[in-house]
Design a protein around this ligand. Structure first.
Ligand SMILES: [Zn+2]
Length: 89
């Protein structure tokens, strides 16, 4: 029962990256929405671009996560595929 253990853990720790404002709760990166985070995605989206020595993301500098380029590429692909539809509306 992982969640029970977490709730009864009195040494709950919260660390916030002074640079990208990412938050780690008990060592688990958590998105601002409260959803469970992903350090590699965070690195690709934020820390690799904005992070400096202040950044506490252990995955800073790691490639392979989500990146804006990847997102833009997907958005562009989507737009290309659907451009015809938009014009015909
Ligand atoms: Zn950071």
């Amino acid at each position: 029962m992982e969640s029970d253990r977490e709730f009864s853990d009195l040494t709950l720790s919260r660390a916030e990256c002074p640079k990208c404002r990412a938050v780690w709760i008990n060592g688990q990166h958590t998105w601002a929405t409260g959803a469970k985070g992903n350090e590699e995605d965070l690195a690709g989206l934020v820390c690799n671009t904005l992070g400096n020595h202040q950044c506490i993301n252990p995955k800073k500098g790691v490639e392979g996560g989500e990146t804006w380029e990847k997102r833009l590429e997907e958005a562009k692909k989507f737009a290309d595929e659907h451009e015809g539809d938009w014009w015909n509306k």
